[in-house]
Design a protein around this ligand. Structure first.
Ligand SMILES: NC(=O)c1ccc[n+]([C@@H]2O[C@H](COP(=O)([O-])OP(=O)(O)OC[C@H]3O[C@@H](n4cnc5c(N)ncnc54)[C@H](OP(=O)(O)O)[C@@H]3O)[C@@H](O)[C@H]2O)c1
Length: 379
């Protein structure tokens, strides 16, 4: 292992000691460990000093056991956090892409963290130091503000692969979207981590985007690229689109809500697709999609669920768009590392637009805003 700076032997990290099945209490269930051993990088691993970690619904879904059938945590406690930006401090002996001192973006990935061959994680970014395979990292220019990129990997790759396939595929191995100039795209949930990036990317590639959002976020979602927004709290999006005669209109319907929890709803949603159109769900409604497969052959051809893969080639395109100013990861709030519970709670409360970040105070001059946990929380 090579290192430019002295790396301490211990670090602070947030840990989840067991599943907490009550989502509203999930933020209280992580605790700060004051002196965990700093992980040692394996042959192809890079040890990163984390400056910013992103908070994602996947973090609290992991803590609450939502994924436990498919991705069971085998060893507790574990450190949450899938995405981070920071500085390389040490490298495994077979690493060839990075050097100590490089600024990097990394995505630990849900699928990658739980693959049978994974020798890191699961997750691990809510810590002062974190190891990541070098194939899941991306080198950033030395001069960049890391907070601009930290929220990009998980949400950006999900949006990118759903819309354009890239190196992604459906959970059954089929290609995903092929959005381009003139495509009509409907995004259910266009205001949070994945949604706000999907709206911008689809527009960037020449598509016309319709997105659902709550009333206070409609103007913002239009400002970042949606041609039309639907206030899902006022009227069901299906009714609104029926009244506008939009059945058969969309090339791609991206479900970020898990809106369709029944076979009937998925079949109803597919009526808004044009022939060859696709209904792509990233939000854990695989059961509904399986039911459609059994019940309605025509609809099942259109329906796909997906799990993003942490691929540095796709990440390269995303970083380029951000660096050029064509894509922006909106940061709703940045919390100091010591307030990870508040950050998680903010994400759970579903109040954010864009992403929520955690900042290592000693590593950056980034500013933050603290919030008070509500009645269901409390640090
Ligand atoms: N498959 C993968 O690889 C992958 C990768 C990343 C994330 N995900 C999953 O993708 C989903 C989206 O993630 P995210 O980061 O964008 O944030 P999120 O917080 O899960 O976003 C949920 C979205 O759904 C909207 N919403 C909630 N209830 C609704 C309802 N009844 N009707 C219509 N819209 C409703 C929310 O709108 P408001 O803001 O108005 O409440 C928000 O836009 C999550 O389930 C996450 O776990 C999957």
């Amino acid at each position: 292992m090579t290192s430019k700076h002295p790396v301490p032997s211990t670090m602070r990290a947030w840990q989840c000691k067991e599943y907490c099945h009550n989502t509203s209490r999930a933020a209280k269930e992580i605790s700060l460990a004051g002196s965990l051993p700093v992980p040692s990088p394996g042959s192809y691993h890079v040890l990163v000093h984390v400056h910013f970690a992103a908070v994602d619904p996947m973090d609290w879904n992991l803590i609450t056991g939502v994924y436990k059938d498919r991705f069971p945590v085998k060893h507790f406690p574990f450190v949450p956090g899938f995405d981070a930006a920071g500085e390389v401090v040490a490298l495994g002996p077979d690493c060839s892409t990075f050097k100590a001192g490089d600024k990097v973006l990394m995505g630990l990935g849900l699928a990658e963290s739980f693959s049978e061959t994974a020798d890191f994680g699961p997750a691990g970014a809510f810590a002062e130091y974190c190891v990541c395979p070098e194939s899941q990292m991306f080198k950033l220019p030395a001069s960049v503000d890391l907070s601009v990129f930290a929220g990009l990997p998980m949400s950006g790759l999900t949006a990118y692969q759903a819309l354009f396939t890239g190196n992604g595929s459906s959970t059954t191995g089929q290609p995903l979207g092929n959005v381009g100039p003139g495509s009509q795209v409907l995004v259910l949930g266009g205001d949070r981590g994945v949604g706000h990036l999907a709206v911008q990317m689809a527009k960037l590639r020449g598509a016309t985007v319709v997105a659902t959002a709550s009333p206070n976020k409609l103007a913002w979602v239009e400002a970042i690229g949606a041609a039309q927004t639907i206030n899902y709290k006022q009227e069901a999006w299906t009714q609104q689109l029926v009244s506008e005669g939009k059945e058969g209109s969309f090339d791609l319907l991206l479900d970020l809500v898990g809106w369709a929890t029944s076979c009937e709803e998925v079949v109803r949603a597919t009526k808004f697709l044009c022939p060859q159109g696709q209904y792509i769900s990233v939000a854990n409604n695989a059961e509904a999609l399986e039911a459609v497969e059994a019940a309605d052959t025509q609809a099942s051809c259109a329906c796909k669920s997906m799990l993003a893969t942490c691929n540095s080639e796709d990440l390269d395109q995303l970083v380029q768009w951000v660096a050029e100013g064509n894509l922006k990861v909106y940061v709703d709030r940045t919390y100091p590392f010591s307030e990870a519970r508040h950050a998680l709670h903010h994400s759970i409360l579903s109040q954010s637009s864009g992403k929520v970040l955690l900042c290592q105070c000693s590593a950056s001059s980034g500013h933050w805003h603290a919030t008070t946990l509500g009645a269901s929380g409390g640090a």
